[in-house]
Write a protein that binds this ligand. Sequence first.
Ligand code: NBP
Length: 506
Amino acid sequence: MAAQQASATVGLIGLAVMGKNLALNIADHGFDIAVYNRTTAVMQEFMAENPSTPGKLVGCSTLEEFIAAIKKPRVIIILVKAGPAIDAVVEQLVAAGLDKNDIVIDAGNSLWTDTIRREKQYADRLKFFGSGVSGGELGARFGPSLMPGGDPASWQHLKPIWEAIAAKVDAKTGKPLAGAEPGHPITGGVPCTSYIGPNGAGHYVKMVHNGIEYVDMQLIGEAYDLLRRLVGMEPQELSDIFTQWNAGDLDSYLIEITADILRQRDPVKPRKYLVDSILDAAGQKGTGKWTAANALDMGIPANSIAEAVFARCMSALKDERVIAAKKLSGPKPPARKAGKARKDLIEAVRQALYCSKICAYAQGFELMREAQKEYQWQLDFGSIAGIWRGGCIIRARFLQKITDAYTRNKGLVNLMLDPYFNKQLRAGQKPWRRVVSLAAENGLPSPAFMSALAYYDGYRTAVLPANLLQAQRDYFGAHTYERVDQPRGKFFHVDWPLPNRPQLDV
Ligand code: NBP
């Protein structure tokens, strides 16, 4: 179907998993949409597979045709592989005749600093805008969580489309509204999108979302492992436990799919559970690493986010671990638990998971708080938690509690200081400590549980041993120290007693 005239409200480039599903979501909401893909056959197949949609699909074989098919000012969504492909597409769009008032939205997982750079770089040729999109294939199709960042005037053009296609939550309960089907989208409810801030703010918030997602997944993995090896549970029993947990405070998409996964039989060996046939070597695409690296750059302790990335790195050392398992000693496997001991331990793991989750989110929100200072953004943390309530991978009942916390106190310094979360941590910390102790005693790796507890204890400790560390730095490198009895920012040095100290810079 070739484009004849400018009839489409919006255009989309890149018809891989995300692009084709987002295009259908947009069309389901009645927007006519022009679509283009570098490999024309992909576009043709997409058009053939979707002969009739509520909004018209306009398949375009060339970028010139594509541009001509969209009404001005053009709103063009790019969903191609993040990185140099974005620049390549933008340059091609300009060459094909894009107007300087046209709005180009990079909806991929781009590094936020690239978005900041691109907005400046293309400023005299087009209006570059960045938006995080979360929820994978199904989210894109039936309602993703959308994190738009860029020029507020450009947002006004994108807003009607983004609000229409985003996931929706119930206005009162904050629960995601389900039941969308092809051609029948959800129209009521509160959309899981709102303007995040200028330039790279949307992509930054999406990156932190992914960093938190890494910890959420790692924590669930550790809970599974502890229940299996400390308590002695099998996948079907574990599935039932996760189903129970999903009815309480831990109610979330990731807990729900974990319950499903654990009851799945192996299609090749049906007597086994599939989880036992899957190799324990995790992949990663980089957004968790970006979050951890940014935390290091900004000096923000996001240790659980970093540990979740390292845990995937450790898992990837499969061959080394198999050899080391035979050579490095550790405690014997614990005895299987029964009766009350078993029930208590399962509940303790649940509490440890909830407390650790609070710490992981506290770290993510601290990061965003620091980033907004660095980039002069004014982020609305309650609204960001609100956007994540539906459509995205970390959607959870818990996020409503975060929105409530920032509604109570917009200037909340750390999530753990909010009365609700403070109370949860107070109530859960005894079993949490017990679980971490048992993991250490029994040689079971639980880096996310352990680092979350270290974060909690570090944050609530008024005097850390950094006094000794500063003395060491002054001793070997004359790096100076501040005194407890003097104002901050005043630095001292002492001539330490040993002669011929090497002058090192650490
Ligand atoms: P991919 O990231 O796999 O990219 C494939 C698409 O990019 C195809 O349409 C391909 O065209 C196009 N492309 C490439 Br590769 N290089 C190009 C170039 N130089 N010029 C023009 N087009 C080019 O697609 P995806 O998985 O749908 O993801 C799209 C974006 O959304 C990514 O940034 C991804 O990180 C992000 N994201 C993905 C998910 C997910 O669940 N997959 C979730 C959230 C966000 P071709 O057909 O001609 O090769």
